[in-house]
Design a protein around this ligand. Structure first.
Ligand SMILES: C[S@@+](CC[C@H](N)C(=O)[O-])C[C@H]1O[C@@H](n2cnc3c(N)ncnc32)[C@H](O)[C@@H]1O
Length: 283
């Protein structure tokens, strides 16, 4: 479809549909994104215009068209140990502290949730770090197997890629130092690298929409919600962080993206400086 947005109301319709499907707010200035990311999907359905396309999406009880639209309109940018300085604080301060608190609370397992994991680099960075730290005896006696890492995303396509744990040459070098790659990856063929099977299996991937009730996931010692809330509207952000607070143990931690802050959204957490980086402690 050469010109996707023929009428002024088209952008409003698309924007509303995407916001209802996954909470992502794309204003009028983002018309070019709809044009570039949805053009071929609209063409495949044969819909003549955007109102017809939205009607098809709403009528599709399989949810497949909705998934395609969500996959296309979400931004999946991610890389290993994203924000190096913060991850160094995770390694040296946060994870040992989280383990220490879980031990003090007599928990048999330490539970961590990567709430919008994209293609898996975030939860697998955690899994590699936990594996190394537990072998160094820095996690209060917990073994790596006693850490449960749950990772979710609304996008079925990215979750599928994440669960395989295979990365191409461009993906593998982004943020991943040689010391990690040499220990935890093997070449799968001339262009891709496969994550160690034991590390891959330590992450459980679940399709989850952050708009849904999070409580069925259970309680967590640490929750990562990084570089996703930036796409949500203010009201939804406030509501999301309130719901997130319900699934973090009191004294447990929330980790945001390197440039994100929580203070204007909720007073259910307090800022906590660990290893020179800011994390948010559940009150
Ligand atoms: C920019 S990536 C961030 C990935 C990783 N957390 C990081 O910081 O590198 C944002 C991810 O959030 C996911 N996402 C967007 N809306 C979501 C929602 N409502 N529920 C769950 N995940 C969502 C997208 O599919 C995408 O994979």
């Amino acid at each position: 479809m050469a010109d996707l947005l023929k009428n002024p109301g088209d952008l409003v319709l698309l924007s509303k549909y995407v916001s209802e499907a996954c909470g992502i707010h794309l204003g009028e200035e983002k018309g070019y994104l709809f044009q570039s990311r949805l053009g071929s999907i609209v063409a495949q359905t044969g819909a003549d215009d955007i109102p017809a396309f939205i009607r098809l999406a709403k009528a599709d009880t399989t949810g497949k068209l909705r998934d395609k639209i969500v996959d296309a309109m979400t931004t999946h940018e991610t890389y290993w140990f994203r924000d190096e300085r913060v991850w160094s604080a995770v390694e040296n301060s946060l994870l040992p502290l989280v383990a220490q608190r879980a031990k003090a609370a007599n928990r048999a397992r330490v539970r961590i949730f990567s709430a919008a994991c994209s293609t898996g680099q975030e939860p697998y960075s955690l899994a590699m770090l936990i594996d190394t730290l537990s072998k160094q005896g820095k996690l209060s006696g917990y073994t790596a197997q006693q850490f449960e890492i749950v990772a979710s995303d609304v996008s079925a396509g990215t979750l599928m890629l994440a669960s395989v744990g295979r990365y191409n040459q461009i993906e593998i070098v982004r943020g991943l130092a040689e010391k990690w790659r040499s220990v935890y990856f093997k070449p799968a063929n001339s262009t891709t690298w496969q994550l160690d099977e034991a590390i891959r299996k330590r992450v459980t991937f679940k399709r989850y929409n952050l708009q849904d009730d999070l409580r069925p996931l259970g309680m967590f010692d640490l929750l990562l919600c990084r570089n996703v809330a930036i796409y949500f509207e203010e009201n939804f952000k406030r509501e999301l962080f309130r719901r997130i607070s319900e699934i973090i143990h009191p004294g447990g931690y929330l980790m945001l993206g390197g440039t994100e802050s929580l203070l204007t959204h909720t007073d259910l957490f307090e800022r906590d400086l660990q290893g020179g980086s800011i994390f948010y402690k559940r009150k």
